[in-house]
Design a protein around this ligand. Sequence first.
Ligand code: PAF
Length: 280
Amino acid sequence: MQTLHAIAEIRSAVRALRADGARIGFVPTMGNLHDGHLALISEAQQHADHIVASVFVNPTQFGPNEDYGRYPRTLAADQTGLQSAGCALLFAPDAAEMYGRDADAVRVTVGALSEVLCGAFRPGHFAGVATVVTKLFNIVTPDVAVFGEKDFQQLIVIRQLTAGLNLPIKIVGLPTVRADDGLALSSRNQYLSDADRKLAPLIYATLQAIARRYGEGESVETLESYGTAQLKQLGYSVDYVAIRDAETLSEASREREAVALVAARMGATRLIDNLRIPAV
Ligand code: PAF
């Protein structure tokens, strides 16, 4: 696997890979890779001949009081993991390479979808994500790109972005990879103290209870209040517990697939998770 830091280099390496008509799969990441990321690589391998990954901690998707500065940067370990997973190329630019002198000059925004749920609590976050993903798509020009369903709203935003800009890229979502106790794998889990790590699987347990009770006919309002109360009782500061349509994130209806979503903070650590709920 080659690691390339410059846009011109990755463009020409991708061009060479594609020379014989091969399909390019892309897995964008912020690094500090865990089994969830490696599952994205193996999913991409089902759809493409050569896999390109990126590692870039994107400053424009972090708010001023968020964890950009302390986000774990582990490029050497990431390279080892990606190489063993069979990745062909790793693009690992720095912020100057990606944004030049003025990171705020250009923003790609994805309307209303970006303003609800996480967007309401992290203003500008999805514009940062949409901007960097558009740039990465334009640099790597993949045929298919794979994203984790753990960041459910991000996946929907990226689907809308890709459709809205007519990008010829197939977007594949991969179900969340979980630890044995149910906690969704995330680079941010390592911020948790031992005591908080023990409590964290209860987020998924709460989502499971919500999904079951929704299927039994309880109302969205009752279940959102139930989930919020459960998590508050455990010591979480709850940004939201919501049940939404799984395709549009608008109001859920029982004839369509829904999704239960949670964002909650334990101290300075913000955890998100979700669970799809089949149509009834
Ligand atoms: O999900 C992530 O790791 C990031 O939001 C992404 C898609 C790589 C954009 O920076």
